[in-house]
Design a protein around this ligand. Structure first.
Ligand SMILES: [Zn+2]
Length: 119
């Protein structure tokens, strides 16, 4: 009469939508990206190199899920990255019309690492 299976039927796992292929998957299958503005208001500190890329927004990989703000999720494969670029999914996800630098993300997808991973 006890149906214990019902209680353990489904373990809730967080899922997100890949902005490339638009399918949902568990967060362990996806990686998060966030938008970094080249120009910081109010804070004068930071990389001076960023001053050279004033109008370009950079999308970086958020390895530890610690970056605040709007994020987007993507599968770790080139097809999803290409799909996302083709659909301008990054612009939509981050609500920006400016140019978006995806070099960090494409390098991560291609090699599994980005320059920032060497911290
Ligand atoms: Zn995908």
């Amino acid at each position: 009469m006890l149906r214990e299976e019902l209680l353990v039927q489904q373990i809730h796992r967080p899922v997100r939508t890949c902005i490339g292929c638009r399918t949902t998957d568990s967060t362990s299958e996806l990686f998060r990206v966030v938008l970094k503005h080249g120009q910081h208001r109010g804070h004068a500190q930071g990389d001076q190199d960023d001053a050279a890329t004033k109008q370009v927004c950079r999308v970086v990989v958020d390895y530890f899920l610690r970056e605040p703000g709007r994020g987007a999720w993507l599968h770790l494969n080139t097809r999803c990255l290409e799909l996302a670029q083709k659909k301008r999914a990054f612009s939509r996800a981050f609500r920006t019309h400016g140019e978006i630098d995806l070099s960090d993300v494409s390098q991560f997808v291609a090699t599994g690492a980005t320059p920032e991973a060497k911290i």
